[in-house]
Each structure stands twice: as C-alpha cells, then as structure tokens.
Design a protein around this ligand. Sequence first.
Ligand code: SF4
Length: 337
Amino acid sequence: MLHPARLWKPLKDGKVQCRLCSHFCIIDEQEHGKCGVRQNVDGQLMTKTYELVAALNVDPVEKKPLYHFLPGTETFSLGTQGCNFGCTFCQNASLSQHPKTGREITGQKVTPEILVEATIAHKCDSISYTYSEPTIFFELMQDTARLAHIKGLKNIMVSNGFQSPDCIEELTGLIDAANIDLKAFNDVFYRDTCGGRLNPVLDNLKHMKTNGWWVEVTTLLIPGKNDSPDELKEMAAFIANELGKEVPWHISRFHPDYKMQDCPVTPMEALQRARKAGTNAGLEYVYIGNIPGNESSATFCPDCHKELIKRFGFEMTKTGLSDGMCKYCGCKINGVF
Ligand code: SF4
C-alpha cells in the first residue's frame, strides 16, 4: 500500500527529489529511489513502508546495543524491509536489501496506534526503530514516536546515520536515544563497501549530540578493511573530541555474511587494539561486543575504575550503580538510568 512521503520536492518534467537521506535521489516518474521503497507516482513521492512491518520483537535494550540508556529494560523493536545502504557485509540482508530485488514489499500490517498499544501491553519502556534502516520508514517512525511520547514511552533509533539534516531536525524532540554505526573512518570504504559517504554520518552524529539525543556509536571491526591503527586512532579521536568522551563506543566482532564471505572472523587481539585506541583517545566507555562473557562488555567507573554493571550477552546485573552514580566514589555515570 502506498502512503504519501514526507521530505521531498517536485522538480521539472514530473521528476521529484527525495530529501529524506543524504543520497538526495532525483527520481523520474514511476521510478524508485536508491532504497527501493520510495516511488515517484505521477509526480508525487510515495512510501511503500508506512504500514508493513517485517520484524517485530521484544528485545533487551542492551541488544541495540545501548548500555547507558535505561539498562535492564525491554524495548519493543520493529523494522520494515529496505535500506538506503548496500553494505556487502550486511548481517540482515534478507530484510534490508529485499526491495532492491524488485520483489514486492511484505510484512505485517500495523498502524502507529497498534505499535504503541503493543508496546504498553508488553510492558516495554521504549520503542526501537531498528533491524533494517529506520530512515527509510521515516513516516511510520515519526507518527509512532509522536504517539509514544504522548503515552510516556521513549523512542530509540538504531541507524547508519545517513539522514539528511532536515530529517534529523524533524526527529529532534522525538528520538531520545540512538545507536549510530560508524562503519569506518574512510570515505572509500563508505562508497565502495556500503554505497554511502562518510561526511554526512559525521555531521549527523554532531547534529544529534547538539540536539540533545543520548548517542552511542558502534563499529563492526572487519579484518583488513577498517582496522588499521591510524584509522582507529582517527575514529576514536573524532568520537572523543567532536562528540564527547562520555559517548560509549561499541566495537563489534565481524562474522562472514552476505557478500563478504572471504574475510575471517575478527581476532580478539584486533578488538583489544581498537579498544585501546578508544581509551588512549580518552573515551570513558569502550565496549567489545558479540563476545558473551568478555569483561570488556562491563561498565567501569571512569573515576575509581570499579566495575559498575556486569554483562553476559544481553543480560546485565547492576553491581555498583545507584541512581546513576558510582556507589563507591559518587562519580556521576553518563547516560539515562
Ligand atoms: S530515502 Fe534516501 S535512498 Fe531513499 S529515495 Fe530518499 S534520498 Fe533516495
């Protein structure tokens, strides 16, 4: 079912320009944008993902991953088919790349009201727009997020961070927390491996922080692709200096997937080297992900260095946190607790 899209403008000869993400696609009549879910129908831009949700689950908020936003709570999580990127290592390609194959978009029929009611019925504190790329189901996210706030729920976005500046502005005041992928710190990787660009992601991260969102950053470390010492040093310096030392950085282990089957699993030493680059840059919370039981998934007090939150997979226990403060030395721990 088609639904009127937002954030676009008409051009000459029946063309339109979509202004939702930093691709700014110019779309001929009856054609689709790069994401495959927005179509120019007789000079009007329409979205195909307003009411068809392809994944719907109750997840621990730690799975997003968000470690400093309402830890230990559950979040009602949803995603449609489609993505504005085409990462060759995508771990969710059957969902994200489906519309680009020309096949019909499928999913469970929902409305913002149904999603918010289900969130309350499942006793979740928040709704997460996740799994594929929420930018491309912006209209559903915006309407659901508005209703969620009215009902006292929080909104979480898990994204590649490639929105247009206008899109970020439209979501400001609605999104409470975001986990944004910083996939590499070089534009060639973004262009050749993801079909995107680095600079809009960096600008958007700064924009989100300025606008008061709680932001955590995730990097999937791929051997030989985005893990050189210089690149990691620059990436860590950007997070620490441009976003803030309090921004948590999640470094995740890569497993071969989709079109990138020729790369090995990330060795533990490489993950530890990346973590060291983060702490050397002054970052206060650097986590290693995708390795259950690893002690680098725990939160330590940046002042007295005592363990405050222990994690195993997506399970957590609060050992040393009281009202968002370290109970050993009284240091305020950054986040929403
Ligand atoms: S959301 Fe991005 S990829 Fe999709 S049509 Fe709009 S500008 Fe293009």
